[in-house]
Every structure is written in structure tokens, then in C-alpha cells.
Design a protein around this ligand. Sequence first.
Ligand SMILES: [Zn+2]
Length: 506
Amino acid sequence: MNSAKLGWGLHASGRMRHIEMAERGKKCDCVCPDCGSPLIAKKGDQVVWHFAHAVPIECNGESALHRAAKQVIEDAATNHFSILLPEISGTVSQQDIRRRHFEGVWSVPSRLAEISAASQEVRIRSDLIADVLAICDQQEVAIEICVTNRKTEVEQQKYEAADVSCIEIMLFDMKWNASVELIEEAVLRSASRCWIHCVHARYRIDAARVDLNQKIQDQIRDEAATFDGFCSLIMDSEIKQLNLLNWPILKAKFSQTSDSSITTVEVSETPKITKFLDVCSRFNGIIESTGIVNNKIPVGVYFILDGIDISTISIGSPSLIISVDINEFESVSLEKCGLTWVGIDRWIDKLNAKAVEKYQKRENQRLESEKRIDSFAEYFIGLNNLEKLAFIANKLNISPPSYIGPVVFHWNTTWSIWKGLVWYYYVFKKKEEVVYLSSIAECKWLSRLLSWSDTSESINKRQKDLWFWFKDLESIGLVGHEGAQFFNVSKMLPKKFVPWEKIKVK
Ligand SMILES: [Zn+2]
């Protein structure tokens, strides 16, 4: 059956009485503070002194210590003892007009406060009863004693709503038979405690807000002064200095897809202000002015202290926004300003038109060059072999051969003509480059000029002829043999070389 030991009993006088102070046995005249049934003071030699329920009952008298603690505070008021009120601290924060975050700290230090009055179980609101309501240094403070469970958020909200200061004192480690002295020491000083709600903190928070706000205003004022000075410096600068600004490069592209290739042209422009006119207005880190772009176009200029919201000001078109970051960590310079053009749709339209124009010009050039090539091919094909030789000799600035020789089937022309063409297109024009014999034997351009047969047999034969001829050229140092079927072309080619002459080894 139940054998709960109580250190404290509720005496007939209405006060809690410690076992030390009680008379032995039933004479103690105490009842259990929880169930109200009689207690017996057991003060023998065998067991630690304690109260026990006189009749066995399901009760552990758990509120005994709680009630004793409340009584201790009430008694402390009678004796004008002091109670330790804990420290409370926190932070306040604020954003400045540059959208930066600032913080300030506030605190109410811990202190000993004299208790001049205290009552138990005081109704604060219909749904809130304080364990003790005390007057500590002329201020009302509710005191909640917690032996088993801490106060919940709901109770905290109730104290906040009632705007009554409240501290919570934790007595978790207190022994069931703790003496009045031990409880007094714990409750008044040593037990851990915290504020549930502190009315006084409000003044500290308000003061911290005022301080923080002042600090922010001071800083902004200093920064705005530096900003004004720096912007005036920019506006008075020479063009050479203004070039140091990070002028945005405006770009436009035009792409055209034909067959499988994409042609893209890009154009860019970097408009710059060459002169600033008078300032129209200065307000809270925003300076409005006018500038002249490339000595002719007037534009709006807005100097903005970095971070300031400019969505509320109406910005004309076109305009330049110059964002200036003034801060305590680094010095301001022209290179670090952020420049942005706004309302420049018409400029971009013009730039796009320029890109199209550039593309068309390039395309016309390409078509013209193709046309020239076509008409040359047509002209060349129309010549007879003698005329072809005369034409090539003229290109190479040498004399044509006296004897032109027979037509070779797989070249569809004479030795002198194909050697002359290969020299002109594949040796003369490829100084210091590598040529592949297969690419000559299959060359589309030569094939067009000479109407080659494209059978693998004739390609192979052309490649073989080329190989023998390139070996001859190698022997006099005009080409170098690089690999099985490719040669590099010397950069020391003679000014006049006659490709159709029999090559003599020196
Ligand atoms: Zn009981």
C-alpha cells in the first residue's frame, strides 16, 4: 500500500509545517495538503523523520514542497528579505533605407529586490492565478514555483496579455524533506530562474530601438555626404576620367540558317556620357541629373546610393543609373560604380538593324566572290590547252612551254597543265603548310576546272603521279616528306619556278 513520505504537512493553523517542527505522532495536528486526510509525524530512530498518511490512501502529497516554497516567499515579505530577479536580454533589429540589416542589444541585469508584500494564489485574470504575487522594489512581480513541470507557452502568453511581470523559479533538485532554510536559500537566491514576462524590459527595448535608429541615421547621413561629394566629382570629371567608369557594352546579334550552316554576325556599341549638365534634384541618396551621350544625345542620369529602392521614382527614357556603394569597409572609386542603361529600346532596335545590315553586306561579298569564281571557272574551261598554259604561265609570271605534250586520260589534260595548276593552288599558295596528296587527287576545284573522272582508279593514278612529282620537288628542297602521303611546303620557294620543266637534281 501507499507509503509516501512527506517532509511538510498542512497544520491546523493553515500554515505549512516542517517535520522538524511538528509534534510526534497524531499530535502533529497536520493534514495532507493534497488529499486533506490526517497525517502522522513519524519521528523515530529507525527511519528518516517524515509525515505519513494516517490511513492508507492513494496519494503522494506532491504539492507539499510547492506549498512550502510559496509560504517561504510570503514569510520573506514579512521580514523584508530580498529575492534575486534574473537577468533578461535580447536584440532589436532594423533595416535602413539601403536595405541593410542592423542589430542592437538590450538587457536588464540581475539584481536583488526587497520583497515588501507577497500573497499566495492571486487571481490575475479569469484564467490565470499566480503562485505568489509579490511587490519587489515597488514593482509587482508574479512568482511561479515549479517543482515538476515548467510553465508552458500558453501561460507565458497569458502573463504577456495581462502585462504582469513574472519570474519562474525551478526547484527540480529540492529534496522532499528540505528544511525551511534550504527552501528559503533556493527560492530567494540560488535556484535557477528566468523571466516569463518582464514589464521593465519594454523600456530597455524602446531605448535600444531609439539608439539603433540614431546610429542608422548618423551612418546614413555620413554616407549621403560622401555620396554627394563623390557624385559631384564624377559630374565634374574630364572625359579621360569618365572612361574609367564601367560603361555597359550594348550588343546585338543576327543569325541566319542556310542549308546546314548558321551565320551569325555581332555588333556592339558602348555609349558614354561625355558631359554632365546641372543637377535637378538631390534627395536621400538619389541625385537626378542630365548627361550628354557622345556629345549629342541628352539622357537622364540617376546617381543612386547602392541599395536604395528606386521603384518609387519615375525614370525617363533613355536614362543611365549609376549605383555608388559607399561603405565603411572600402574606398569608393569610379571603377566600382555599377552602370545600367534603362529605356534604351530604340537604341537596341538601331543596333539590331546594324547587325542585319552587317550580315547583308557580308552575304553580298560572299555572293560576289562566288560569282567571280564561277565566271573564272567558266572562262578557264572554255580555253584550249595552249590558251590554258598561257593563262597559267601568266599567273606564275613565267614563259609557257614550247611543247605542250599529249593529254593524259586520268588528268583529262596535259602534264604541263596539271603541274602548273597544282603548283599554283597547292604549293605556291600553301607555303609552310602541309599538303595531302589525296586531297589534291580529289580536289573539287581542280576537278571543276579540268572535268576529272571520279573513278577510284583515276584518283589512284593521279595520286601516284603526284607522289613521284613531289619526291622530285623534295629532292631539290621545295617540299619535305612528312608521312606516307603528305608533304610540308617550304617557306623558301623560289620566286620563279617552272613546274612543267623536267626537274634536275642539283
Ligand atoms: Zn494526501
